[in-house]
Design a binder for this molecule. Structure first.
Ligand SMILES: [Ca+2]
Ligand SMILES: [Ca+2]
Ligand SMILES: [Ca+2]
Ligand SMILES: [Ca+2]
Length: 199
């Protein structure tokens, strides 16, 4: 048999003495159950996603319970996270101010969350946080050539390249109707040629 202070912090027992002739005498004794610190439960995080390119982004609330709840320091909980880019403030797991993540560099982050009570007992949980994708603009297109022969219908000027941080498929257009970009090449449209003396 053992006792649980959190279930009952005091119990009263009655002790009775008797003699063989039948006389009895009793006394009530109040027994206090002393507190022993018990470990908190492993922390739980309410969110699993952090937006990329968002400094200080919030992931979710971190909670844990402790058998020694109430005013005692044995039930007072504090939280830490093992990755210096993150912090837990007022029970909220977030990126530190000024820190943001890049999904294209790493699509997820493994964190260990630790809860510690005022008596020094702790519990941990490992969580994987997904970095949510945000669409990012492609780079400005680059053309390898800058000259075109006159009187050469459909002449090719050069190769057009651009890249996209997200790996998105890109389409390339040109604002002068005499030109087109086909198969990654900037060229005059078929049947169209230019005249050096005119332009
Ligand atoms: Ca306790
Ligand atoms: Ca405790
Ligand atoms: Ca992205
Ligand atoms: Ca994109």
């Amino acid at each position: 048999v053992s006792l649980d202070r959190e279930a009952a912090s005091e119990i009263t027992i009655r002790i009775t003495a008797s003699v063989t002739e039948g006389d009895t005498a009793s006394a009530d004794v109040l027994i206090r159950v002393l507190d022993v610190n018990e470990a908190p439960s492993a922390p739980v995080v309410s969110g699993t996603v952090v937006a990329e390119n968002t400094a200080g982004a919030v992931i979710g609330r971190v909670t844990a319970s402790d058998p020694d709840a109430g005013g005692s320091s044995n039930g007072r909980l504090s939280f830490t996270v093992d990755d210096a880019r993150f912090e837990i403030v007022s029970g909220v797991l977030k990126l530190k101010d000024g820190v943001s993540l890049d999904r294209e560099a790493a699509s997820s982050v493994d964190l260990v969350i630790t809860v510690t009570d005022g008596g020094g007992l702790s519990a941990q949980r490992s969580v994987t946080i997904t970095v949510g994708d945000a669409n990012e603009a492609p780079t400005a297109p680059v053309v390898t050539g800058t000259t075109v022969a006159e009187n050469a219908a459909g002449a090719v000027i050069g190769t057009v390249t651009a890249s996209d941080p997200d790996g998105d498929a890109l389409s390339v257009t040109v604002d002068d109707a005499r030109f087109e970009v086909v198969g990654g090449q900037l060229k005059l449209r078929d049947g169209i040629s230019l005249d050096h003396e005119a332009e």
